[in-house]
Ligand binder design. Structure first.
Ligand SMILES: [Zn+2]
Length: 481
């Protein structure tokens, strides 16, 4: 889609802020050569004990701080340069110099088999600004962890009353939360910070939340909850804590048994799976004179077609589906031609493939647009006959809104796991689904104006990785999860 066709105001939601923040953090997480960790786990390094003190190796310290090392053999000093800061360690010396300030450590810096070891107390002397990674010593696990700049999320606590069930997440920053999925069966919350707590050991009997677990995401953390069908709505309450620094901050999810003003609705649930996915129509966006988003010579119209060509065999092989493309060359198509192809093929699903663009550098990741499920569900509930007649044909995709939404959630979930996030779900009937009489979504697979996204999708495995993730999501939806 084009940048100008949408209001920028709508983007400035908490989720967009989260997106900007997580995008800013992604290079930090990707920079080091550490062994592979589960997605979403903070970078970490082991701590060793020397003479009863906890020590961290200088190589690990440099890796976690994303610092460059300079060794001065004449004075046996190691200088680490991280962001705008300098940390100087001297062998057998209990002082560390951070920028122009000197701190005394509880034990001297040591040299063990050629590598400097610094007492972990050093971490307390490091600056706390945004140019340097934030390190946290976890004595229980014997590791030093690199925290996202957005802080941490601690163990959630549940409390169930007669009408409300509350899930309280202690956090460092209350703004960095978003509802990634509002289906009762897999309600998902995303946080900008890393999860350093534990799942609750028990759930309140009779509560409206029947399960909660952290789920892996590329940046920050996320939780998936199961919510009782009896729940009628939810809201997020942000408690900024007491005035000044250090006050307890929390984000509380309130789930209500009754409809009360100010609550948000859960997504309507579709029929349980498995579902048939025999014919899939791929609609590569733009084409011909319509180049779509163009950034530094990369044109959206070329990427959408190239992705469709990679995705087609992937879906045929893994889902045994027949895959039809609305265009297989560089030509522009009117929307009614695209819809006609989908309807003629009797599509079980239409995927309109696009790439996003936005002014500024903070916006990144993937979005799915689907017909608004609440509108669709109301129309479905209103009766079998009249609503269809009253529905303008252009908006016939609303009849398939509930299934479309489930597809969008499944595909976004898979993209998130594949590191293509942050992801957003927008319940607005998009232009490429006008006149389409089938479940469908518009997928903005990545943001071409975000340098990291652009490098990823134009890299050697970029489109194949996207195709694999999209097929993962569709396979999960087809199985009925
Ligand atoms: Zn587009």
């Amino acid at each position: 889609m084009s940048v100008t066709s949408r209001g920028m105001a709508a983007r400035m939601t908490a989720l967009a802020l989260l997106a900007a923040l997580t995008a800013a953090l992604a290079p930090l997480a990707a920079a080091s050569g550490a062994p592979a960790l589960p997605p979403g786990a903070p970078e970490r390094a082991p701590v060793r004990r020397l003479d009863g003190q906890a020590y961290l190796g200088a190589n690990d310290l440099a890796r976690l701080l994303d610092a460059t090392k300079f060794w001065r053999p004449d004075v046996r000093k190691l200088v680490l340069r991280a962001g705008s800061h300098r940390v100087t360690l001297a062998v057998d010396n209990p002082f560390v110099v951070v920028d122009e300030r000197t701190f005394r450590l509880p034990a001297p810096v040591r040299s063990v088999r050629g590598e400097l070891q610094a007492p972990v107390a050093l971490l307390d002397s490091l600056p706390r600004d945004t140019t340097i990674a934030r390190l946290l010593y976890d004595p229980g696990r014997g590791v030093v962890m690199c925290m996202p700049l957005s802080g941490v999320v601690r163990s959630p606590q549940l409390a169930a009353g007669d009408t409300l069930t509350r899930v309280v997440f202690p956090v460092d920053h209350v703004a960095e939360v978003g509802v990634a999925s509002r289906a009762r069966g897999h309600f998902r919350l995303r946080f900008g910070g890393a999860f350093v707590g534990a799942s609750p050991e028990s759930l309140s009997p009779g509560g409206l939340v029947t399960a909660i677990a952290p789920i892996p995401v590329a940046v920050g953390c996320a939780f998936e909850l199961a919510v009782s069908p009896a729940a009628q709505g939810f809201r997020l309450v942000r408690d900024p804590g007491s005035a000044g620094a250090g006050g307890p901050r929390s984000i509380t999810l309130e789930v209500s048994r009754f409809r009360i003003p100010g609550l948000e609705d859960f997504a309507p649930a579709g029929p349980p799976g498995p579902r048939a996915l025999e014919v899939i129509v791929l609609d590569p966006g733009h084409g011909g004179d319509d180049r779509g988003v163009t950034v530094e010579g990369v044109a959206e119209k070329d990427l959408t077609l190239a992705l469709a060509r990679v995705l087609k065999p992937e879906l045929e092989r893994r889902l045994h589906a027949q895959v039809v493309l609305t265009r297989d060359d560089d030509r522009g198509l009117a929307q009614d031609r695209r819809a006609e192809t989908a309807n003629h093929a009797r599509a079980d699903l239409v995927l309109a493939l696009h790439f996003d663009g936005a002014p500024g550098t903070g916006y990144a990741g993937a979005s799915a647009w689907c017909p608004p499920a609440l509108v669709g569900a109301r129309r479905e509930a209103a009766g079998r006959n009249a609503p269809v007649l009253l529905l303008p044909w252009r908006e016939v995709a609303l009849r398939h809104a509930v299934r479309s939404r489930a597809v969008a959630e499944a595909v976004l979930g898979a993209l998130e796991l594949a590191g293509a996030g942050p992801t957003r779900l927008r319940e607005v009937l998009p232009h490429p689904l006008l006149g389409v009489n089938a479940p469908g979504i518009l997928l903005e697979c990545a943001t071409l104006t975000a340098p990291a996204d652009r490098a990823r999708v134009t890299g050697p495995r970029g489109l194949q990785d996207l195709a694999t993730a999209i097929a993962d999501g569709l396979a999960a939806w087809e199985r009925g999860r």
